[in-house]
Write a protein that binds this ligand. Structure first.
Ligand code: SAH
Ligand code: SF4
Ligand code: F3S
Length: 439
């Protein structure tokens, strides 16, 4: 009987990428993947700690795993940012944990398993080297058409609310030729979408002496690679969104027309307290410039409500930017104090009820914008990337526009993983409906 393993992923796209690497490592060790915890010989929780809720979810999962481990001796590993943050304490607190491993150390999983099997260790902890460039590891993505490639690790921005720089270390850029080789490899294997990852992708190369190593140049070089594929990237920082990057996007259809532009707050006063490096007016001007120079570009944003000291007036500024800049979609969060960050010790922490109420109002305003933007697609013909059968209704195909809108239409399953043209006939807030245009 082959051994079985489960990986549960929390957090951001970087964690999804690292889980694909963990999957590859475990498969090379002879494990088959399963979603069923009860039949798993090894379970890895790849964790996040960006907000309080992330930790609560992990505690819940560890509780669920305890009886499973008691029954069949399942090896339990905890990787990712929460593991990096907590270190050995985690294994001491939860006896069911065998391995605690930081983001940088996932390549040492075989070594950790070996140590456990030797019987000399109660648990194994590897959380060092967060300022080194991690070794390259092959990834096995769930989709055979969408791949992601980290271009930078870590972050130097120290936004005052954010724990990421503390758990992911200083910013390190991956050499350009290594990234280009990876993109080529994926395109040759007929991947259709490549997502470039980093906490602040447009500061790519700032840690290098080589002036030619910058984000605009990287995008340009990637677009020269032949093949029918789309390039996405998350996340750029508004402060570093230079004109040369906008020009490269405008000139290259291979770059998806969906740009993530994390706002965080619409109040210049709060943005300053957050250490974001731009004002409300600068943000609005940037969003307008992008939409003007890249016609049809969709913007998405991350927004936090209830940052310490946020007044009703500050919050109204956020609503104002949401109404003005019109995001296709926004990821909206209540501020969550993180230990060790500057904002966690600031005066005037906002009441939970006020945070909830502001989040609700923000969601309503954002939903209106999303709906309006969706309705504007009706009657247009769009090139879409077919992801596969829709989860809710297997009879229809689910696809995405270059701006990342979901489009449902009837078609043969053989279209999965291809680009096709669809005429949009109807729209709801989050979903467009269309008909396949036959060539
Ligand atoms: N590096 C990326 C993503 C960082 S984490 C970026 O800068 O865009 C993803 C999002 O989580 C952030 O954009 C922010 O909106 C949110 N976030 C981070 N820390 C938070 C906190 N303490 N409370 C609430 N939301 C937070
Ligand atoms: Fe966190 Fe700011 Fe860095 Fe993003 S840019 S990871 S929000 S510190
Ligand atoms: Fe979470 Fe770490 Fe990503 S804290 S959001 S998994 S960088």
């Amino acid at each position: 009987m082959k051994k079985k393993a489960t990986i549960i992923t929390y957090g951001c796209a970087m964690n999804v990428n690292e889980s694909a690497k963990i999957k590859n490592i475990l498969q090379n060790m002879g494990y088959d993947m399963t979603d069923d915890l009860a039949e798993s010989d090894a379970v890895f929780l790849n964790t996040c700690t960006v907000r309080e809720g992330a930790a609560t979810q992990i505690y819940g999962k560890l509780g669920e795993l305890k009886p499973i481990k008691e029954k069949r001796g399942t090896i339990i590993g905890v990787t990712g940012c929460f593991a990096q943050e907590q270190g050995e304490e985690l294994a001491k607190k939860f006896k069911q944990i065998d391995i605690v491993m930081g983001n940088q150390n996932i390549g040492k999983i075989p070594q950790a398993m070996e140590k456990l099997e030797s019987g000399d260790f109660k648990h194994v902890v590897f959380v060092g080297d967060e300022d080194e460039l991690p070794p390259r590891i092959d990834a096995d993505f769930d989709s055979k058409k969408t791949a992601s490639i980290p271009i930078t690790y870590g972050c130097n921005n120290f936004c005052t609310y954010c724990i990421v720089p503390y758990v992911r270390g200083r910013e390190r850029s991956v050499p350009m030729n290594q990234i280009l080789d990876e993109v080529k490899r994926f395109v040759e294997k007929e991947y259709r979408e490549v997502i470039l990852l980093g906490q602040n992708v447009n500061s790519y190369g700032n840690d290098s002496e080589d002036k030619e190593m910058n984000f605009a140049r990287l995008l340009e070089e990637i677009c020269k690679i032949e093949g029918d594929f789309l390039v996405r990237f998350i996340s750029p920082h508004p402060r570093d969104f230079t004109d040369d990057v906008i020009d490269v996007i405008a000139a290259n259809e291979k770059i998806a027309r969906c740009l993530h532009l994390p706002l965080q707050s619409g109040s210049s006063r709060v943005l300053k307290a957050m250490n974001r490096g731009y004002t409300k007016e600068e943000y609005i001007a940037l969003a307008a410039k992008i939409k003007e120079r890249v016609p049809g570009a969709a913007l998405t944003a991350d927004i936090i409500v209830g940052f310490p000291g946020e007044t009703e007036e500050d919050f109204l500024d956020t609503l104002d930017v949401v109404r003005t800049s019109k995001f296709d979609n926004a990821f909206m969060f209540m501020y969550s104090p993180r230990k060790g960050t500057k904002a966690a010790t600031m005066d005037c922490q906002i009441d939970q009820e006020v945070k909830k109420e502001r989040l609700q109002r923000l969601i309503e305003v954002q939903n209106e914008a999303s709906k309006e933007l969706s309705l504007a697609f009706v009657g247009k013909t769009e090139k879409v990337f077919v992801e596969g059968p829709s989860k809710k209704n297997k009879a229809v195909l689910s696809s995405r526009t270059s701006t990342n809108k979901i489009v449902l239409f009837e078609g043969e399953s053989s279209l999965e993983g291809e680009f096709v043209e669809v005429k949009i006939t109807d729209a709801k807030t989050w979903t467009l409906y269309g008909e396949l245009v036959k060539n």
